[in-house]
Design a protein around this ligand. Structure first.
Ligand SMILES: [Zn+2]
Length: 259
């Protein structure tokens, strides 16, 4: 990666932005096809309404959506604004990871995980599932990155603390916690270790409660109209990737008696 440092910073940043948008574009394919048990590789992108293939010049992230006025060129059906939103979000998050971590293992890990978090968020909101196709490779990736960044002991304990805690909640609440959430938090635990996975759960539960209460107040829903937990766990994971070590240090320092 040292070799890449000879490329001027603004040009490298430009590359990262374009790369992030392209990853976002591919993520849309994953978001649409994974819950439908379709291959993410074949066939090539096509309009989900009329089936006509998306031409390469109509497949430029965000730009094509704006040029086409949010409509399919062949049949004119409206294209969901979620597509350019996903592309922008992932493009932004990958750029942010690069600006924060520079070219490093941390950058690669944060870029991959941020992308997966956006995919998980949208799929969970649309289908109320977190597919095994994401969580099972996620556990393998979590261990690989966690062993390297956190050490094998923290990573292993994180896996069992996160997964075990959610499994326990699932058993006690009799279905209040989905299997996808359990596998997700186990993967996150393997990635960040046991201290920071507790932080993810705390941030997830806190933000989920705030949004849940706000929705109940606005729409008059009950506790039964459940909102999925995945997006809030994703938010917690993202916060922990950037601020986890600082937050854990801050927490531990408040535990110390004053000098
Ligand atoms: Zn069409």
């Amino acid at each position: 990666m040292e070799l890449l440092n000879v490329i001027p910073y603004p040009i490298l940043t430009g590359f990262v932005v374009v790369f992030g948008l392209l990853v976002g574009s591919f993520s849309n394919v994953c978001i649409y096809r994974m819950p439908r048990q379709e291959s993410v590789v074949f066939p090539a992108s096509h309009c989900t309404a009329c089936g006509s293939p998306v031409r390469p010049y109509d497949n430029i992230p965000v730009v094509s959506y704006l040029l086409l006025g949010g409509k399919c060129r062949s049949c004119g059906v409206k294209i969901s604004p979620i597509y350019p939103a996903v592309e922008s979000a992932i493009g932004l998050l990958i750029t942010l990871a690069y600006l924060h971590f520079g070219l490093s293992v941390e950058f690669l890990v944060t870029a991959v995980v941020s992308t997966v978090l956006v995919i998980v968020t949208v799929i969970d909101l649309q289908h109320r599932i977190i597919p095994d196709k994401i969580t099972l490779p996620g556990i393998v990736f979590g261990f690989a990155a966690g062993f390297y960044l956190e050490g094998w002991r923290d990573s292993l304990i994180g896996f069992f603390v996160g997964g075990g805690l959610f499994y326990l909640i699932a058993v006690l609440s009799r279905g209040g916690m989905g299997g996808g959430d359990i596998k997700f938090i186990a993967a996150a635990g393997a990635l960040v270790g046991w201290q920071k996975v507790l932080l993810i759960i705390f941030i997830g539960a806190l933000s989920g409660s705030v949004v849940g209460i706000a929705l109940m107040a606005l729409k008059g829903g009950t506790r039964k109209s459940m909102i999925p937990f995945g997006p809030f766990l994703a938010l917690g994971t993202l916060v922990v990737l950037y601020f986890g070590d600082d937050l854990v240090r801050l927490y531990l320092s408040t535990m110390q008696p004053p000098p």
